[in-house]
Ligand binder design. Structure first.
Ligand code: ADP
Ligand code: TRP
Length: 334
């Protein structure tokens, strides 16, 4: 893969951890099991995680309780949980090098979330973008969505995470987490760690087939594990009505898969031949995704269940200790 993902945190460059540092810092991120991944998710989230997780003591959590704020279809939720784990494993995430677990398998998350909810105020939670956006659109906002930032804060603080790689859309949730930590520490003299977000900037926003941000809600995606036909269909549908020399919407996706110098040559040689350039893009996407698609097919449900079981056993060892400290701090221990 030509694109080298660099880690940048805009105003928080001090949070970059050098591999040479002795004790590994703790990294944690959560994945919503909300449907089949597209190449925007791959470059915006999976690939950056893959490039960095071995440098840290890493935790990767399937945020299925979070998903309940939006998914009410039992079969879909179940399928999505398997799908997200299968996707990460197929992409080459090594389950022996990361604690990969499912949130709902560890009840400590619920308990710490409740404790944090009892500390923060309603007006504070009302400032959250996810909640405000829903209300502004006139959509039903359930109480789970409202308190979602404290569940996420619990996810992070149970493992003493130092860094949390997330997309730009999650920045505010990290601010909420730090606020909750401060409030807890000021109230109880506790020692909850304030985590830092790691916003991955190198890739930026992957555009969809219409040039807007690739998103499943805009139906402009290229599926990560689609068949060659599905990928081809999506690529052929890329909007190329620009008058310029270069089909910018094709190029913007292509540069994720191929070195820019090689692309310059290709696009110069094929100037104006949009169909050929799209075919070249399909071939370059295939070269990256075909091996992963093969792995994906070979990972059974039983493999996934085993990985998650081992993962949650390790996760609980850490979170139980942290929760014991929290219980001690708040006075619900004997
Ligand atoms: P969608 O917009 O398709 O619903 P999600 O909101 O579920 O995607 O995003 C999951 C992760 O993938 C997030 O970390 C988000 O930052 C990343 N992501 C989603 N779409 C893109 C994109 N077009 N470009 C870069 N990253 C993306
Ligand atoms: N809220 C995140 C999202 O929608 C998912 C998530 C849940 C998460 N818990 C987390 C991310 C903890 C990082 C850390 O993408």
């Amino acid at each position: 893969m030509s694109q080298k993902t660099r880690l940048l945190t805009s105003e928080r460059d001090d949070s970059i951890v050098l591999p040479s540092e002795q004790k590994k810092q703790v990294l944690l991120t959560g994945l919503q099991p909300s449907g089949t991944l597209h190449i925007g998710n791959y470059f915006g989230s999976l690939k950056p995680f893959q490039d960095m997780y071995e440098e840290y003591e890493s935790f990767l959590m399937v945020a299925d309780y979070h998903a309940l704020t939006s998914i009410r279809d039992k079969e879909a939720l179940r399928a999505n949980i398997y799908d997200i784990v299968r996707t990460y494993l197929a992409a080459g995430i090594d389950s022996e090098k990361v604690t990969l677990f499912r949130q709902s398998d560890n009840q400590d998350h619920m308990e710490l979330a409740w404790i944090l909810n009892c500390l923060v105020t309603v007006p504070f939670l009302m400032q959250a973008h996810a909640y405000k956006d829903k209300v502004a659109k006139g959509l039903e906002a359930n109480a789970g969505l409202f308190t979602y930032p404290m569940l996420m804060a619990a996810d992070i603080m149970l493992y003493n995470a130092d860094v949390v790689p997330v997309g730009e859309d999650q920045r505010q949730h990290l601010e909420y987490t730090r606020e909750a930590a401060t409030k807890f520490n000021n109230t109880y003299g506790g020692t909850l760690k304030e985590p830092k977000e790691l916003i991955l900037k190198a890739v930026g926003v992957v555009p969809g087939t219409d040039g807007a941000k690739m998103s499943k809600s805009y139906k402009n995606t290229i599926p990560l594990f689609g068949s060659e036909e599905e990928i081809s269909k999506a690529v052929m549908g890329i909007v190329t009505d620009s008058e310029g020399k270069r089909p910018e919407n094709v190029y913007a996706i292509h540069k994720l898969f191929k070195d820019e110098a090689e692309l310059e040559t290709l696009y110069t040689e094929h100037e104006g031949r949009y169909g050929d350039l799209k075919k070249a893009l399909v071939a370059d996407i295939e070269a990256v995704v075909a091996p992963m698609r093969e792995n994906y097919k070979n990972i059974s449900d039983a493999d996934i269940e085993q990985v998650l079981e081992i993962g949650v056993t390790k996760a609980r060892e850490v979170s139980h200790q942290q929760l014991a400290r929290v219980r001690e701090a708040i006075g619900i221990t004997f």
